[in-house]
Design a protein. Structure first.
Length: 373
């Protein structure tokens, strides 16, 4: 199950890079896709949303019998959504390293994409984080989930008893916005690892802000274009639902390997990713349905069942493209969370914590909370 979804994510990325393919006459399928994606890079703001295109029953029919997959798991996947937003003060294609740009990443599981489990925003070299711990715990559909959720409720309830000096920690535990310095936390994690004589859990956290900056965005797009330069085939599927549809077919493993080589160090920002994971991508051609509406790519649909010979039905994954997205802005009222605050929480938990109000937890009032609120 996990390998199939990881491979599906790779193919979804592959779809987004097909802009470089094709040089035929106007109105041919390859040119429709190329121009449709080129127009996206003319925008100053763009939002991508990845989700399953089928109902819980359809997902269950396709995946039942795999890796202890349950109907509860199917219901969860049917509501799960991942969104990535980018914005700049100029067309995205013209953004260079050092230019002002912002990015946001969000995971939601409410079906509508409006209630975030995790949200990150990178604005003006600051990283803002909001996390719904109870929501994440509720994703566990195992037999011990009720007990674990009760224990988490008890732990989060004690957050109200934290001293004012740990106001930023309290805010983070309550699901409010906090701002962090990724470099400071990276140095803190290395220090903890060294002092503990082993690996720190924080050491495994990628610097997500780097994945949202202009340099990384350009590296991703260039890598996708290079990987697909001579690999894709196109077929016109006609017009329906108000959009032109084009089938794009690529050799999955070949493109995935070329993509990994092109992205280089950027792959280190993907949690738990190893180059050997790409060996799980099947050595076969796979197809995607690219919808072009108003001259712009509006959606890409991929049947993940193509990656699993044991699948019992179609498993569509959809990448929605929104060119009317709002600019990514810093949330209002975010408190600054420092590494020292984490140490303060640990000390307090063992009865030796601070009780003054001289610590962190000051508000960052750099902008409003209009996006995703």
């Amino acid at each position: 199950m996990r390998k199939g979804l990881a491979a599906a994510g790779v193919v979804a990325l592959i779809a987004a890079g097909s802009a470089a393919c094709g040089t035929a006459a106007a109105a041919t399928p390859d040119v429709k896709v190329k121009k449709g994606l080129d127009k996206l890079s003319d925008e100053k703001a763009l939002s991508l949303g990845l989700h399953f295109g089928g109902s819980a029953d359809q997902i269950w029919s396709s995946l039942q019998g795999e890796d202890d997959f349950t109907k509860d798991d199917a219901a969860l996947l049917a509501k799960l959504r991942v969104d990535l937003s980018l914005s700049a003060d100029k067309a995205l294609k013209d953004v260079e390293e050092g230019d002002t740009s912002s990015g946001a990443f969000r995971i939601s599981a409410d079906g509508s994409g409006k209630k975030s489990l995790l949200e990150l925003r990178s604005v003006d070299k600051k990283l803002y984080v909001r996390l719904d711990l109870k929501g994440f715990e509720a994703l566990d559909t195992g037999t011990s989930s009720n007990k674990d959720l009760a224990e988490l409720d008890k732990f989060l309830g004690s957050a109200d008893d934290l001293p004012s000096s740990l106001g930023s920690v309290k805010a983070a535990l309550n699901g409010d916005w906090v701002s962090i310095d990724p470099k400071a936390f990276g140095d803190f994690a290395k220090s903890m690892s060294k002092n503990a004589g082993g690996d720190s859990p924080l050491g495994a956290l990628p610097d997500t802000s780097k994945g949202l900056d202009a340099k990384s965005q350009k590296q991703l797009v260039d890598g996708l274009r290079k990987a697909l330069k001579d690999n894709a085939k196109f077929k016109d599927l006609g017009n329906h639902d108000g959009a032109d549809h084009v089938q794009v077919t690529v050799p999955a493993r070949q493109v995935a390997k070329e993509l990994e080589a092109s992205l280089g160090s950027l792959t280190k920002q993907i949690p738990d990713f190893k180059p050997s994971d790409l060996d799980d991508v099947p050595n076969k051609s796979v197809s995607l349905d690219v919808a072009v509406k108003g001259g712009k790519v509006s959606a890409i649909t991929f049947d993940a069942a193509q990656l699993d010979d044991g699948a019992k039905g179609k498993l569509p994954i959809v990448l929605d493209v929104d060119t009317d997205a709002d600019a990514v802005e810093a949330p209002s009222g975010a408190k600054t969370l420092n590494p020292q605050d984490i140490m303060g929480l640990i000390m307090y938990s063992f009865g030796g914590g601070p009780d003054s109000s001289s610590g962190s937890g000051t508000s960052d009032s750099s902008a409003d909370d209009s996006l995703y609120s």
